[in-house]
Design a protein around this ligand. Structure first.
Ligand code: ADP
Length: 481
């Protein structure tokens, strides 16, 4: 069990919970104390009032004012915790005797008495006064005028608040102890419970650290589907993606090196042979030099494809796009590819739709993609075949179909041809001058346009490449602007 660090989540959790428990207990405790006190005070007030009634009934109504102090009832009333008095209408004690003496003909200075002198009922909480033994106390005092004939007296009853205050402070003491126990229990409980929350986080920190140091294959157990579970799940997802990216990066570098080495080796072999004497034979020399030239061209093609890919990878800024007619663009691209097709006595047949098909696109880029696909169709089809180009329109998109009668693509390769450097038949593709990057570039460009590209094929019969573009609707763009 580790002690939580000063700034750890665990410590924060413990502090938050302890604070919450304390606040809740203090608020409810204060409310409880307040209501106990109010209830107790109103109970005592009721008792004081009924004592006043007894004094009125049993003494004031039955004795002569001069005999008030002689009444037997005083001794009975004295048995209670209350002190009862009869005061003159000015608030000066008349009976019983000890109070008469205590206050020596002075008016009792209590707001309850003042209220009764004014003719009303008075009740005070916490007024300070001495008892018969000259000890200072706080009192709950009740006073009310009583008229007999034309003389008015004031009945004054008071009860010491000592007992009430004592029991309240006992309650406060108990409550403080309870709060302390609750706080300690909460802290202890959270010290252990917080681990269920913080342990997975601590694991994740360790794994993330390991990842930052290059160990990319990290996996953490996912428990449940709460926020922490989701964090763990997404962490694993991220780890897998990073791992995959890393593998792809390594493969890519290996591929590039390999692709560059092949023509370089060939160039070196021929130049060495030339230097070793082949230069003397002009015919051989010319042949070798043309091979060197071809290889150099291949290399520069590869490098420009690589640069293109890296531009696409890093181009976070959107391509400039304009509204253009796909049909017009197809016509143009087909015209450009015509020479290449003619070299193989192939025909490109365009099944021209009647209407223009508008898309939002970067015209040179889409031209580049279609031209690349057409050149593949030409490259991978025998002589005297036809390449069919057509467009289909649905509610949402325009699809361009480029169908050839060539070698086709085997089932297992169909999804991989868009990968970088992937070639179905390595030797043949390379001898045809392909870099294996053309379709990867095409895919990037089309996806940048919000569309997609896929292929279907019957090996031996031909391949159909499909390009899907979102239809351009005038109103849709207008309302966006
Ligand atoms: P390359 O430069 O080798 O043509 P691409 O990325 O353009 O590279 O194509 C990848 C691979 O897909 C090619 O090597 C080829 O094997 C296959 N391929 C592409 N288009 C066709 C097609 N029309 N018919 C048959 N195979 C094709």
């Amino acid at each position: 069990m580790t002690v939580p660090q000063m700034n750890s989540i665990k410590l924060k959790l413990i502090i938050i919970y302890v604070a919450v428990v304390m606040i809740v207990m203090i608020i409810s405790g204060t409310y409880m104390l307040y209501s106990v006190r109010t209830e107790e005070i109103s109970r005592v007030k009721g008792n004081l009032a009924s004592h006043a009634e007894i004094v009125e009934r049993e003494i004031i109504n039955r004795y002569d004012p001069t005999d008030f102090w002689l009444a037997d009832e005083w001794s009975i009333l004295a048995a209670y915790d209350f002190q009862s008095m009869i005061l003159s209408d000015l608030g000066i004690p008349i009976a019983p005797q000890e109070f008469n003496r205590l206050f020596s003909n002075q008016r009792l200075n209590d707001e309850a008495v003042l209220a009764a002198v004014g003719g009303g009922i008075g009740f005070t909480v916490g007024s300070r006064a001495v008892d018969v033994n000259h000890n200072m106390h706080r009192w709950l005092a009740y006073a009310r005028p009583v008229t007999v004939g034309d003389t008015t007296f004031i009945v004054y009853i008071r009860a010491s608040m000592d007992a009430l205050n004592e029991s309240l402070s006992r309650l406060i003491r108990h409550m403080i102890i309870m709060i302390l126990i609750a706080v300690v229990l909460t802290a202890i409980l959270w010290f252990f419970l917080a681990n269920t929350i913080t342990n997975p986080i601590v694991t994740m920190i360790a794994r993330a650290k390991a990842m930052a140091e290059g160990e990319l294959s990290q996996e953490i157990p996912v428990h449940g589907n709460d926020e922490i579970g989701q964090l763990a799940y997404n962490f694993n997802h991220m780890a897998r993606e990073l791992n995959q990216l890393d593998t792809m990066r390594k493969e890519f570098v290996a591929n590039v090196s390999h692709e560059l080495r092949t023509p370089l080796t060939s160039i070196r072999t021929y130049t060495e042979t030339l230097l070793d004497g082949a230069l003397e034979e002009p015919e051989t020399a010319a042949h070798f030099l043309s091979i060197v030239d071809d290889e150099a061209k291949r290399m520069s093609l590869l490098v420009s494809d690589l640069l293109e890919l890296s531009r696409l990878d890093s181009a976070r800024s959107k391509l400039d796009q304009d509204v253009l007619d796909l049909v017009g663009l197809l016509r143009l691209t087909i015209r450009q590819s015509q020479i290449l097709a003619e070299q193989k006595k192939q025909t490109i047949a365009f099944n021209n739709p009647e209407e223009a098909c508008f898309i939002l696109a970067n015209s040179p880029r889409v031209n580049q993609v279609i031209s690349n696909i057409l050149s593949n169709a030409i490259k991978y089809s025998p002589e005297e075949t036809t390449i069919h180009v057509s467009v289909e329109t649905t509610d949402t998109d325009h699809r361009v179909f480029i169908k050839d009668e060539g070698v086709g693509i085997p089932e297992e390769s169909i999804s991989r041809i868009f990968e970088r450097f992937y070639r179905v038949d390595k030797g043949r593709a390379r001898s045809m001058g392909g870099t294996g990057l053309g379709l990867a570039i095409a895919k990037e460009i089309i996806e940048e346009h919000g569309g997609n590209i896929y292929a279907t094929s019957n090996p031996g019969e031909g391949t159909t490449m499909v390009l899907r573009f979102n239809r351009y609707f005038e109103s849709a763009v207008d309302s966006e602007n």
